[in-house]
Ligand binder design. Structure first.
Ligand code: ARG
Length: 458
């Protein structure tokens, strides 16, 4: 059988052109969606009397048979049939004969392909929401058993103030919570139906777009046919949300790489999530978090790629738009793979509380608390800051930590010091008094985890 659009042509297509313009090597991923769209379209054609009901039935049966063949992996897609739409239409014609040719009535590949991608992203976005939640659950699991575990909190990667390890982990919960909100919100725009826009201007047939929307579960119909066939904002939005998710994953991955290094040793990743070196037998490499960090790059690339494809396109459909697919599939697959690994990696990692504790004991991250102490004794904060700066310098020069200085030494710097200063400096105390809403005190962290669990139940 020759090309479905072959009528106007006098020559065979150049083989290189065929290969260059074909999208079937990648858009075969849309087979299920393409058939679903066709099933709804043909049902509407039959119901509206645009084609006879019995023809619609034949087409429906043919499509269902093709669906089975596709599910069983028994279909051989052909480059000469260019894309998924024409491959399936060709199969239909082979299956049921010329009546199959009625399927494309009142429709174009332009509204068809857009519909396929809306359907695809709707399914994938819904699945990704669940995968994000799995990561959130893993975070909560570790947080719950580490509320009292203290870790240095950093700014500029310099020890700043001690924090609850649960608090540190939960910061990522909220990033993923916003990601989830973004994914959910994007469904509103994914749920716009392009089908029925025709090639660009609508169709002469009395189609019922509302019915198709109902059959395919869309709640909005594109009100402008030209916008419908050339809009890829919903994919841009997905790629952008995907990039933000990967940014969060990458930041957490970076922390896991740092924490599992010999220098930090705050956590140990489970053996089943690490790999070895082919030459250095002692090595246990954090390949998974490294790759999570590394794969973030391709998701940014996919976003920039599509933004660039779209920026100069005149209305309506242009073949450039075919370039929207591989990046989209790649980001979907990158997100799926990354989220699926991240959750169990967090669940199975060992938190080395004793090492974290040693780090806390051997630093000056309680300095702010002595400043606050002097403030409560009436000294203006700026002056207190200056005094404590001098104390820290003195302590460093004498090779001591703040808890090691004697009461006399404190008194030399300010007569306001009393012997309750030592209680103030204890790391537990330092953490417990940061009890403002959203702070790191155990009371606040417990409340935060409760709030997080409520979010997940919604
Ligand atoms: N394979 C095409 C794509 O992905 C389908 C639409 C083709 N439309 C056309 N007018 N050539 O964009």
């Amino acid at each position: 059988m020759s090309k479905l659009w072959g009528g106007r042509f006098t020559k065979e297509t150049n083989k290189l052109v065929e290969e260059f313009t074909a999208s079937i090597p990648f858009d075969q991923k849309l087979a299920k969606e393409d058939i679903a769209g066709s099933l709804a379209h043909v049902q509407m054609l039959g119901e509206s009397g645009i084609i006879p009901e019995e023809d619609a039935d034949k087409i429906r049966n043919g499509l269902l048979q093709i669906k089975d063949l596709v599910d069983q992996g028994e279909v051989e897609f052909l480059v000469e049939d260019e894309d998924i739409h024409m491959n399936i239409e060709k199969l239909l014609l082979q299956q049921i004969g010329p009546v199959g040719g009625k399927l494309h009535t009142g429709r174009s590949r332009n509204d068809q392909v857009a519909t396929d991608m809306h359907l695809y992203l709707r399914t994938k976005t819904t699945e990704l929401i669940t995968l994000v939640e799995d990561v959130q659950n893993a975070i909560i699991g570790q947080a719950k058993v580490n509320i009292e575990t203290l870790i240095p909190g950093y700014t500029h990667l310099q020890r700043a103030q001690p924090v609850s390890f649960a608090h540190h982990l939960m910061a990522y919960f909220w990033m993923f919570e916003r990601d989830k909100e973004r994914l959910i919100d994007s469904l509103k725009r994914i749920n716009w139906l392009p089908l029925g826009a025709g090639a660009l201007a609508g169709t002469t047939f009395p189609i019922n777009r509302k019915r198709v929307a109902e059959l395919l579960g869309f709640d909005t119909i594109y009100p402008n046919s030209m916008d419908a066939v050339s809009d890829r904002d919903f994919i841009l939005e997905f790629l952008s949300i995907g990039s933000i998710i990967m940014t969060h994953i990458s930041r957490l991955a970076e922390e896991l790489v740092i924490w599992s290094s010999q220098e930090f040793q705050f956590v140990e990743l489970d053996d089943s999530f690490c790999t070895g070196s082919s030459i250095m037998p002692q090595k246990k490499n954090p390949d998974v978090p490294e790759l999570l960090r590394g794969k973030t790059g391709r998701t940014y690339g996919n976003l920039i790629g599509l933004l660039t494809v779209l920026k100069g396109l005149p209305l309506a459909y242009n073949k450039d738009l075919q370039e929207d697919k591989e990046g989209m599939f790649d980001t979907v697959e990158t997100l799926e793979g990354s989220l699926k690994l991240l959750a169990p990696m967090i669940e199975t990692m060992t938190v080395k509380k004793d090492v974290m504790r040693k780090a806390i004991n051997n630093d000056y991250s309680n300095a702010t608390d002595i400043a606050d102490y002097l403030v409560t004794k009436g000294l203006p904060f700026r002056e207190a800051h200056e005094v404590i700066g001098k104390i820290v310098l003195y302590a460093i020069q004498s090779g001591k930590f703040l808890l090691d200085l004697s009461f006399e030494e404190y008194q030399q710097f300010s007569p306001l010091f009393e012997d309750d200063i030592y209680n103030v400096l204890a790391p537990e105390h330092v953490v417990a008094v940061r009890n403002s809403f959203g702070g790191t005190s155990p009371v606040q962290v417990k409340q935060q985890i409760k709030l997080a669990e409520e979010k997940l139940l919604k």
